[in-house]
Design a protein around this ligand. Sequence first.
Ligand code: SAH
Ligand code: SF4
Ligand code: F3S
Length: 494
Amino acid sequence: MDLHTNDSSESAAGVFVSDKCQIPVGGIPQQEPDRQQYYMALCRQKVQEISDKLGRPLTCFISTFGCQMNAHDSEKLLGILLEAGFVEGTSEESDFVLYNTCTVRENANLRVYGRLGYLHSLKKKNPHMMIALCGCMMQEPEVVEKLKKSYRFVDLIFGTHNVYKLAELLEQRFETGKMVIDIWKGTDKIVEDLPSERKYTFKSGVNIMFGCNNFCSYCIVPYVRGRERSRAPEDIIREIEELVKNGVVEIMLLGQNVNSYGKNLESPITFAELLRRVERIEGLKRIRFMTSHPKDLSDELIEVMASSKKICRHLHLPLQSGSSEILKKMNRHYTKEQYLELTERIRKAVPDISLTTDIIVGFPGETEEDFEETLEVVRKVRYDSAFTFIYSKRTGTPAAAMENQVPEEVVKERFDRLLAEVQAISAQVCGRDVHTVQEVLVEEPDSHVEGLVTGRMSNNTIVHFPGGKELIGKIVKVYLKESKGFYYMGSLVD
Ligand code: SAH
Ligand code: SF4
Ligand code: F3S
């Protein structure tokens, strides 16, 4: 297969210039999102033609790896594919298969290569199949090189900055019959008002910012997601109002470091101020956000959380390490003492808050003493839950070049100890609300037991209780009968 590479670059003014944009074809709108609507219409024609020939609709399937940002991007990608005439398939045995990839740790990356072999076998059976790859992994030049060389059956490759352009790229693939690659190094462009297909009708993610400027020394995200860009508050509010009109009661404000929201806007506003404005939206019941960097968590935010009726009683506050020495090498800009002091301040202002965290084990140079300090913080803070990760070396990050990488068996042993500690504490902490009545947003029928539904408390804990589908999307009062460690069994209160 030939390659059709968009030799994309950024001009001095930071404006994206792609070879496609320069073709002077009459009638193609130059402004977004009209331009993409135009390409969606063109794709719809092509999809219809193939569909007519085959006598069946063309299906699409998206598999998402990684974090909430990717999950939210996938809703936009699915929205575009449905507009382009596909119907949603249920498995990779579909006509258009898209992997939205993650590269934060090496194993996320390896899983994608593993599954590509399977996709190739499916493509041999279905000549109409198209395989597309996008997301964070595609922002790594070595990955794209490898795909170009050894995975030539892939049809479409694009990155994290041009998700909104899927229809245009797909049309290019239909037109040229060649592999299309479109990767941008960065952008300051944010395209509003594109279609999106939400997984849930009653809750939704809302991007408030893109990218990250923190450069924690182990982390690849700033390299693959680019510099921090905040959306205008008016656009965010408008989107949420629209969502609420369409039945959404809970939103999750998304950003890699929501606490630095708004700093680079023309008229800067704080994250706390944004929350105040979101709180005023009538009909919206619950507000969540993620992720908070401890270094930027302000007293103003704590005050807003304490006085809010809508902000959920849950804060994800990644610790990464309990050793000030390691935190310094991680470039996190807080010490163990500052972190502990911050959690105390939050707990004082919002006593019923549930705290969760992320912890990395085996960062280069981590000694047994450093690790024990992490255990100490875990014991002091008593997290509801903690995501624990084995340090993964990411090429190009400062930590990858550091000396004293910790031997695998030492890391494994520490990881197991940490996990045991985290789980023991969380089993005690999570049960604290047993025998009380709590408000629960009902999300779906229970996946194991017929006749039960599953919902979420404000503090993010899961509750299962007898109920029917008509409750889905509603906030109801539930009596927590029994704590099962990480979740409750309950019963509906009239
Ligand atoms: N922006 C968020 C985190 C995004 S990545 C924040 O700063 O909190 C999610 C988590 O992946 C991080 O919190 C970190 O614990 C983990 N992580 C990131 N890079 C990693 C690496 N190289 N090895 C292991 N875990 C990593
Ligand atoms: Fe990565 Fe740090 Fe940015 Fe989070 S804040 S995405 S850990 S660089
Ligand atoms: Fe992964 Fe990208 Fe999220 S690297 S964790 S999908 S920002």
